[in-house]
Design a protein around this ligand. Structure first.
Ligand code: PA5
Length: 543
């Protein structure tokens, strides 16, 4: 594999043509090895002997266009039943693979689905303030033990009861057979338990009950999704050179061999809402391990900083028609496109020599957060300094002597980015009320010239968080946290959501620091004022 300091010179425009030329021998190799047909025949040996045990229980997704047909009937029947009772507001509690796909499906179909993949107390409180008399909660967790999802279940159960509603009649569970959540649901008499296909991992579960139940109950028409996947499958399972999954995989593999560690995704009018965030998880969690992988960078548009701007360490991919100069584009309908990307990323795993079906570094952050929650108090200690509504927490050695402003801290963080490194903004905030934080990505990318990603915490911990800790170790991290004005106790647990949220930020920060990565945390003592102050400071970086 090419090392970062051995990267070939690349030129905009011609770099894309060269990429496709470099991909051609890889496509031929994949055809010769019968990888596409092997994948769709669910051959678990494609990733080597170490990955084989996991792969042998993770390839069910290649047949979901057929095996998921019965669950669609069940969902449609339940939707009718709920509608007849006036239950038409669907709230989904789920993380990573258990929420990103249903969000894309529902948003693209234009049906309302409230997605809770946060520990932000304000965001959860807002979801509780919706009309509970019309609400059902879909609790989706493959493992049945994810702390965020379990907390939402507890909070909603209590809220339904407080509103005089029979909570069990409003709870719909999606989980793997035999999970602790299945047990809880059965014991409590929850309305319905969908047992998902256990031979499909979280990020490959878009067309299982995990993707289909919440979006279908919210009103999405599910049959076209499966039909689209059905139409795409024969080509994707064929060892031919115009198989789009082979082409995409070979292009990404060739780019990585050539030194490109990042895949920059821009929507160019696909009509699919949120596909970048879904693909981000698929790419980062599947490939970002053993010190290698592809870092997905989801950008606002093809014109956004960091897309196709002649950098040699990033491959631009258009979701939708290719803009000028970008040859790598993927187009299609939701079901078909998801299957193309799932197949391509599984094949990239083979090209990179990793197991695409595990997520070995996700657990480290969970463990660190748990340890903090089990301790006497989740205490961030004293800030390095305070600049107006922003407390600045920096590790020893990051800030120069006398640093006293946000500008000083941002300049120090920028200076810590290694060549071909990246800057990751991690906002442990309310992704609806604090939505303006997303301007930080393009602003920072433009001002610093560094590839910049943006993720909402703790959602990204189930996505790009794997890459941050397991992939190429050249990231620097800007964590954002904010004052909690209205906290929520997690029933039956000795902590509030606010404490959990802070423990998740501190825990992940701790793991990143232990791995030698710089982490700067900015805490807004007033969220709106703090964000505005930060945006202003970012706009002054480098000027
Ligand atoms: O792809 C994965 O395995 C993860 O992103 C999971 O989907 C995520 O962590 C949620 O897990 P669970 O469905 O077990 O709650």
């Amino acid at each position: 594999m090419t090392q970062p300091d051995e990267r070939p010179e690349q030129v905009a425009g011609t770099a894309q043509e060269r990429l496709m030329a470099e991909a051609t021998p890889l496509i031929e190799q994949l055809i010769g090895d019968k990888v596409a047909s092997g994948l769709f025949a669910q051959n678990p040996t494609l990733w080597g002997p170490e990955a084989e045990p996991e792969a042998s229980i993770r390839l069910g997704w290649t047949a979901l266009h057929e095996t998921s047909v019965p669950v669609v009937h069940e969902i449609e029947a339940l939707r009718e039943e709920l509608r007849a009772e006036g239950l038409d507001r669907v709230v989904l509690a789920g993380m990573g693979g258990s929420s990103l796909a249903p969000e894309v499906i529902a948003n693209t179909a234009g049906v309302p689905l409230v997605v809770l993949d946060t520990t932000d107390p304000g965001q959860v409180a807002d979801a509780l303030e919706g009309d509970l008399s019309r609400t059902v909660l879909v609790v989706s967790s493959k493992s049945g033990s994810t702390v965020e999802t379990d907390s939402h279940r507890r909070i909603f159960e209590e809220a339904f009861a407080a509103a005089g509603i029979d909570a069990a009649s409003r709870m719909i569970v999606v989980t793997d057979p035999g999970s602790p959540l299945e047990k809880t649901a059965t014991e409590a008499g929850y309305r319905k338990v969908f047992r998902a296909d256990p031979n499909v991992g979280g990020r490959y579960s878009a067309l299982t009950a995990f993707g289909l139940v919440p979006s279908g109950l919210a009103g999405a028409d599910l049959r076209p999704l499966l039909d689209d996947a059905h139409s795409s499958a024969p080509k994707l399972g064929s060892d031919v050179e115009d198989n789009p999954a082979l082409v995409l995989a070979a292009a990404l593999g060739a780019a990585h061999i050539g030194g490109a560690e990042k895949v920059v995704l821009a929507d160019t009018g696909s009509g699919i809402s949120g596909f970048g965030e879904w693909a981000e998880q698929l790419i980062a969690e599947s490939t970002g391990k053993n010190g290698t992988g592809l870092l997905p960078v989801s950008v606002e548009s093809p014109e956004a900083p960091g897309f196709a701007d002649a950098r040699s360490d990033a491959t631009p991919v258009a979701i939708g028609p290719p803009p000028q100069g970008v040859l790598l584009a993927t187009e299609g309908t939701v079901g078909g496109l998801m299957l193309v990307w799932e197949a391509a990323i599984a094949i990239v795993g083979r090209l990179l020599g990793i197991n695409p079906f595990d997520q070995p570094d996700v657990e480290a952050a969970k463990k660190a957060a748990r340890a903090l929650l089990d301790g006497p108090a989740v205490d961030p200690g004293a800030p390095s300094f305070v600049d107006g509504p922003v407390e600045v927490y920096a590790p020893a050695g990051l800030l120069p002597d006398g640093a006293a402003t946000l500008g000083d801290a941002l300049t120090a963080l920028q200076g810590a980015v290694p060549e071909f490194g990246y800057l990751s903004v991690q906002a442990y905030l309310d992704r609806i009320a604090d939505a303006s934080a997303i301007v930080l990505r393009p602003e920072l990318a433009r001002r610093t010239g560094v590839q910049t990603t943006f993720g909402w915490g703790p959602r990204f911990l189930h996505s790009t968080g794997q890459y941050h800790k397991g992939g190429h170790q050249n990231g620097v991290f800007l964590q954002l946290t904010g004052a909690v004005t209205q906290d929520l106790q997690v029933p039956g647990r000795p902590y509030t959501l606010g404490t959990l949220q802070l423990a998740q930020a501190l825990g992940d920060g701790q793991v990143l620091l232990e791995r030698g990565r710089p982490v700067l945390r900015l805490n807004f003592t007033d969220r709106a004022a703090g964000l505005a102050h930060l945006v202003k400071a970012v706009q002054e970086v480098g000027s």
